[in-house]
Design a protein around this ligand. Structure first.
Ligand code: WTA
Length: 648
């Protein structure tokens, strides 16, 4: 971008002295992104430096650090050998049942080398895919790092997903190796992970993908089904390799695949987002520093699950690239008591605490006394991610958790972006915060808000969020589906990356993120596709047509509400409703459980056959904002509304 273009960005004239230090830095970064990212990349270790910072000859398939060679674990582990970091705690782990374990950088390094060797002996090598289905235990980052060390590609599947969802991901990635655990505690009860994993392996085999090795970590010591020859205990496997085992981190090209992570989109099939070995590493390293002003003595805690991107970046790679200490918590955030997180902040001396609005709302709902009795003097920065944060929740977080002395870093980003894109950057310079605004784009990032015709909206007018220049953390593509990558992200406002979110900028240029503009829901911060749920409902023999709408919920942000049209011969009943709810749980997971299933004679559609889920939601909420005249059959809308009113 030319300096002239930057100066003409609508928000550049308006900034006040409190934003100046930051925006001056930002301006320089975006004026020449190649120069800027070149400097950032040089802060890390490479076997070979790149010939080109950015190859943009085949947009939107941008390639970063072309010709460069590195390995994430070289920077996350080996780099700390011989420094004091090697003796530092990498993870304070706490089980839900109160078990505790701390893992030093040295121990992490040794375990990763041993496990890498074991995986190598299974035939895992560069570009093999390994699916990881583990709860929040230290073996999860160990497994990820071991895979990456070999130049192989991990696909971590959230441990709350069902057998079917796990199988779909194993099949798409064609993984021959699966890493799982016996069981883990959730609200005091065991969740039988190995059983689910076995079911998934059986389903995958029907699609012709045979998992040859299942490595099982013993977490609870429960009885598990076992298949000799295929299944192996992690601890037995590891006992074959000594502490001095060494595996050289495989040189990966800047634009090789680092990992894939499946996420929901606007069609039924989850997309395997591919991140790059060089670009993701550089972007995560820089952003982790900017977001948290990370220092050697910090104890950082991202209270999220590694099964989602927030955990990949802010529990595993970000902290380790900085030699930081991270807290890894296994269980429910309010178990056994609603002050579990605050107790843990005090126990470990947490300095930076990062979580989601859903967690903040849930913890607030228990009453202020639970948080007010904890002084938490070590806290210095709070973070929030995953959904828009309501200003009243922001104030509660600020006053009761931060005691009015911790800035709140509201980070807007998504699975596709690798790390935060729009957020305050106390690691560079502070800006005045506004409750509910993620403030400004990070260095190197040019974001804008466009109207339907692709023109920037004036201040105060809502539009679609786009990213106007490539950045190192951008995806390489969608695993096995390059066309879909172009279609989903680059077809609406080419050549810009379309996030799928609504946003608005205010007079001072602050960005306010307003939620998804498409068929994606954020249920308790989890990203789910309405169409995936509709497809799941269609698998039930009674269902002729299905519809899923995201309805607002005071704690979870949004909850899915389903409506179905039954096939002739089927009658609505309480029993059938429960069966339909189960179909969704079985196909996706408990996180997708519909609030209810409404029985309707017809699914309301437009004349061209489109289902307008957002418009229907507004109608159910009695706040009809959109244009309802395009809907084909008013009686279908009335029937849906009547069913909803009856449910309420
Ligand atoms: C939403 C999570 C408002 C947004 C890291 C985005 C947010 C989706 C924020 C991506 C925020 C994330 N304010 N909305 N600070 N952070 N979102 O892929 O709608 O699970 O598109 O990544 O979360 O969800 P994902």
């Amino acid at each position: 971008m030319s300096t002239n273009e930057i100066e003409n960005l609508p928000y550049m004239e308006k900034y006040n002295p409190y934003q100046k230090a930051y925006l001056d830095f930002w301006k320089e970064s975006v004026a020449d992104i190649r120069k800027f990212w070149d400097q950032e990349a040089r802060k890390l270790l490479w076997y070979r430096t790149w010939d080109k910072v950015l190859d943009d000859s085949n947009p939107p398939f941008y390639r970063w650090f072309v010709g460069g060679e590195t390995n994430m674990t070289l920077n996350a582990l080996d780099r700390w050998k011989g420094t004091y970091v090697f003796n530092k705690v990498a993870y304070y782990w706490e089980g839900e049942d109160g078990s505790r374990r701390s893992v030093s950088y040295r121990e992490l390094y040794e375990e990763v080398n041993r496990f890498s060797k074991a995986l190598q002996d299974f035939g895992v090598g560069p570009n093999s895919t390994v699916t990881i289905y583990l709860p929040m235990i230290p073996e999860l980052p160990i497994a990820m790092l071991s895979v990456v060390r070999l130049g192989a590609i991990h696909s971590v599947v959230f441990s709350g997903f069902s057998a079917q969802a796990l199988a779909d991901r194993i099949v798409d990635a064609k993984s021959k190796v699966l890493i799982t655990a016996d069981a883990y505690p959730r609200r005091g009860k065991p969740v039988e992970t190995k059983k689910t994993a076995d079911d998934a392996v059986a389903i995958a085999a029907k699609s012709g993908v045979n998992v040859e090795h299942v490595v099982v970590v013993r977490r609870l010591g429960t009885d598990v089904p076992w298949k000799e020859g295929r299944d192996v205990w992690y601890h037995e496997l590891m006992s074959k390799y000594s502490d001095t085992t060494y595996v050289r981190p495989e040189p990966r090209k800047g634009d090789d695949v680092l990992y894939i992570l499946y996420t929901s989109g606007t069609t039924g099939k989850p997309k395997g987002i591919m991140h790059s070995a060089g670009g993701n590493m550089v972007y995560v390293h820089s952003v982790f520093k900017w977001n948290w002003d990370i220092r050697p003595e910090d104890v950082h805690w991202t209270m999220a699950d590694i099964g989602w991107v927030t955990g990949h970046t802010y529990i595993v790679y970000g902290p380790l690239l900085h030699g930081a200490t991270e807290v890894l918590y296994e269980g429910a955030i309010d178990y056994p008591k609603p002050d579990r997180p605050w107790e843990m902040v005090e126990r470990y001396g947490v300095t930076i605490f990062y979580t989601s609005p859903t967690a903040e709302r849930a913890l607030r709902a228990y009453g202020d006394e639970w948080v007010d009795k904890h002084e938490m003097p070590t806290l210095r920065i709070l973070g929030t991610v995953g959904e828009p944060i309501n200003p009243d929740v922001w104030h509660w977080y600020n006053e009761h958790v931060g005691k009015g002395r911790c800035p709140i870093v509201d980070t807007w980003w998504m699975t596709e972006t690798s790390a935060a894109m729009i957020s305050p950057a106390p690691g560079i310079a502070t800006v005045t915060l506004k409750p509910g605004s993620a403030t400004f784009p990070l260095p190197g990032i040019v974001a804008d808000v466009l109207d339907e015709d692709g023109k920037p909206t004036p201040p105060g007018v809502k539009g679609y969020l786009v990213i106007k220049q490539p950045w190192p953390g951008m995806p390489l593509g969608i695993w096995g589906d390059p066309e879909r990558f172009v279609k989903v992200y680059f077809s609406r406002f080419p050549p810009y990356f379309q996030a799928g979110d609504y946003a608005v900028r205010d007079e001072e240029g602050y960005f306010w993120l307003l939620g998804r503009a498409d068929e994606v829901l954020k249920v308790a911060g989890h990203r789910l596709g309405t169409i995936e749920m509709e497809d799941a409902l269609l698998k039930h023999p009674a269902v002729a047509e299905s519809l899923v709408i995201g309805m607002p919920d005071p704690t979870k942000g949004e909850v899915p509400v389903a409506a179905v049209v039954l096939k002739p011969g089927y009658k609505p009943s309480e029993e059938l409703k429960l069966e339909l709810i189960k179909v969704v749980r079985d196909n996706i997971g408990a996180i997708a459980t519909p609030e209810t299933v409404l029985f309707v004679p017809k699914v309301p559609k437009t004349r061209s056959g489109k289902i307008m889920r957002r418009l229907l939601r507004d109608i159910l909420l009695n706040r009809q904002l959109g244009d309802a005249t395009t809907l084909e059959d008013p009686s279908a809308v009335e029937a849906l509304k009547a069913a909803w009113d009856e449910f309420k």
